[in-house]
Design a protein around this ligand. Structure first.
Ligand code: TXA
Ligand code: MG
Length: 317
């Protein structure tokens, strides 16, 4: 098991030595290493069992520092960065040579974000390099939103988990890229697309693909529990046999055992639902059930990102 604590000096020392540390962010926990150290980056891929064609996000703590790693920040990107950073926004920007090709899987853009968590912002401020950090889960499994999630799955592979409590947002950052005059959404996430569009105009949603390396962020099967997950609209979901778990939006399903049910948000608050999504999926996955039935949430705002995660989690690996 890894040591869990909130000592920035300890985290810093491991990272400077090229070792990995799990870090808290407002979205999910990240598995962090020195983004400029190829050995550290390689060990991130190894620890997660992640295919080398799936590039990493680099994390830093200011736009000025981000500019060290990218050759251009288009106007729309600047507008979004000044409004949403620090926050659940990742921008795909043209990379400079200083960023190892390993980080970007050979692509000429690098994904950059400033996470909004006080401990991690302080850590980044004290480091002389950015942190490459994918979500701290084995490739394909549910993302971690609590330090114990990280410990359960990667604890034997990393020396230290920086404890920043539960992740506030609960789903990963929204990823945006800029091509010609278009803004492309590579991954729906913690930001409401309407808010983005109200600042910079219409955006284009990138369709999912199964394993197209040109769109590595869009792998169809992802975030999946070990138990089969089946999705339903509210009016379609009916009780299964006794060995069924239920992920419901706001109300319990009549006729099914409540101890095998989780409510994402009794108040129909999509922020609360996003916050609970991965933790509840994990809880259900750990119950003595043989399948999980989940209800899709209202498809607007953050609900689009929640349904996206549910859909990908329901595709068998
Ligand atoms: O909220 C988050 O973004 C979390 C926290 C830890 O910051 N990180 C995260 O990283 O979700 P990860 O590696 O689990 O997901 C990053 C996604 C991947 O699907 C990857 O394919 C995509 O970003 N990505 C990274 N660089 C890319 C690039 N240059 N072009 C297209 N997609 C890219
Ligand atoms: Mg991930």
């Amino acid at each position: 098991m890894a040591v869990t604590g909130s000592d920035l000096d300890v985290a810093k020392e491991f990272l400077i030595k090229g070792e990995l540390v799990a870090i808290p962010t407002e979205t999910v926990y990240g598995l962090a290493g020195d983004a400029l150290n190829e050995k550290a980056v390689l060990s991130i891929f190894e620890a997660k069992n992640r295919p080398a064609f799936d590039p990493l996000i680099i994390h830093t703590d200011s736009i000025e520092k981000a500019a060290i790693y990218v050759s251009d920040i288009p106007e729309k990107a600047r507008v979004l960065a000044s409004r949403f950073w620090p926050g659940p926004l990742t921008l795909l920007l043209p990379k400079k040579d200083i960023v190892p090709d390993l980080v970007t899987s050979g692509l000429d853009t690098v994904a950059v974000r400033i996470p909004n968590h006080p401990l991690t912002l302080e850590l980044l401020a004290q480091l002389t390099f950015p942190l490459a950090a994918p979500s701290a889960n084995p490739f394909g499994y549910i993302s971690p939103t609590k330090p114990e999630h990280v410990d359960q799955q990667l604890g034997d592979r990393i020396p230290y988990i920086l404890d920043g409590g539960e992740c506030e947002v609960g789903i990963e950052s929204t990823i945006l890229g800029f091509e010609n005059d278009e803004t492309i959404v590579y991954r729906l996430g913690g930001l409401d697309i309407n808010e983005i569009e109200s600042l910079i105009g219409p955006v284009v949603l990138m369709p999912h693909s199964t394993s197209d390396p040109k769109a590595p962020g869009m792998l169809k099967s992802h975030y999946a529990p070990r138990k089969p997950l089946h999705l339903y609209r509210r009016d379609e979901i009916v009780p299964g046999d006794a060995e069924t778990g239920y992920l419901m939006f706001d109300r319990y399903l009549e006729g099914a055992d409540r101890k095998y049910q989780r409510l994402l948000s009794p108040n129909r608050d999509l922020k609360e639902a996003a916050h609970n999504l991965f933790a509840y999926l994990r809880e259900l996955d750990g119950l003595p059930v043989s399948e999980i039935k989940a209800e899709l949430v209202p498809a607007s705002g953050l609900g689009l990102a929640i349904n996206d995660r549910l859909q990908r989690a329901s595709v068998p690996a």
